[in-house]
Ligand binder design. Structure first.
Ligand SMILES: [Zn+2]
Length: 270
């Protein structure tokens, strides 16, 4: 999981810009803008205090037609009128895709509504409620109750992901499992959010086939030499070929392989 600075644009301002492109508009805009401002204030206040599951007390003005916010999001924020806001969420300063804030591994292709737009329509086009996400994380995390928040949680460079090598002492390649250590960070609520996001995004299952191939490749190499130094060097070479964040799955597995009984005790088959 990865932190990013929250986009700074104001909710009402973004709405106003997008709404100016709509053909049918309400006459009294002021109550609408006030509600959007209140929704932003409530969001920032609760998220700033780590209360991510709050229920909103801001009423959606009746003047706002059903589906209007979704239309604004789909047709305008992702269309050319508001694209700069959308791109700022998913791309870095160079215009290249950020890494997904949930898996920290794939490129962000989409913006995930941290607070769902169906239940929080007033936050549908609010950039600080839009999180860079890959398609798989966005899909798997729909409806998730306790998500990591890349703008308000502070995970820093914590090693939130750990892998364990499971070797039965035979010549067969070992198995592995991923987990989020309960105490990887002092904040237990944050640790639980990361752990729940890890499970809900199905990260372990999504990574397993690719990472198993990497383990099998290391296994084949290990069978060719009993030199621990040579085996360690081989793994370090693998590490440099997988440039990702320090808490990425490849790094976690390489760390686990380096301190496993398997790297020490697997006999060479030659
Ligand atoms: Zn992802």
């Amino acid at each position: 999981m990865l932190n990013y600075p929250a986009p700074l644009h104001r909710n009402a301002k973004v709405f106003d810009l997008l709404y100016s492109h709509r053909k049918t508009r309400v006459v009294q805009l002021t109550p609408l803008l006030r509600a959007l401002h209140e929704a932003e204030k409530e969001y920032r206040l609760h998220c700033g205090q780590g209360q991510f599951t709050y229920a909103t007390s801001v009423k959606t003005p009746v003047a706002l037609a059903n589906g209007e916010m979704t239309a604004l999001y789909n047709e305008h924020l992702r269309g050319k009128n508001g694209r700069e806001f959308y791109d700022e969420v998913i791309n870095d300063d160079q215009g290249l895709p950020k890494l997904c804030s949930y898996c920290g591994e794939r490129a962000a292709e989409q913006a995930d509504h941290y607070k769902e737009k169906s239940k929080y329509p007033l936050l549908a086009v609010f950039p600080a409620n839009l999180v860079p996400s890959c398609g798989a994380c966005n899909w798997n995390l729909r409806g998730a109750k306790n998500k990591f928040h890349p703008y308000f949680d502070d995970i820093g460079s914590s090693k939130w992901l750990t892998a364990e090598i499971i070797w039965d002492g035979s010549f067969n390649p070992p198995g592995l499992r991923f987990f989020v250590p309960a105490d990887f960070v002092g904040d237990t609520a944050l640790a639980k959010r990361v752990s729940d996001t890890f499970k809900d995004a199905k990260l372990s299952r999504r990574w397993s086939s690719e990472i198993s191939r990497m383990v099998a490749q290391a296994h084949r190499y290990f069978l060719s030499t009993t030199s621990i130094r040579a085996r360690e060097n081989h793994l370090e070479d693998m590490r440099t070929s997988h440039l990702e964040t320090p808490a990425g799955p490849h790094q976690a597995v390489i760390d686990a392989m380096l301190c496993s009984a398997w790297i020490q005790d697997l006999p060479a088959s030659l």
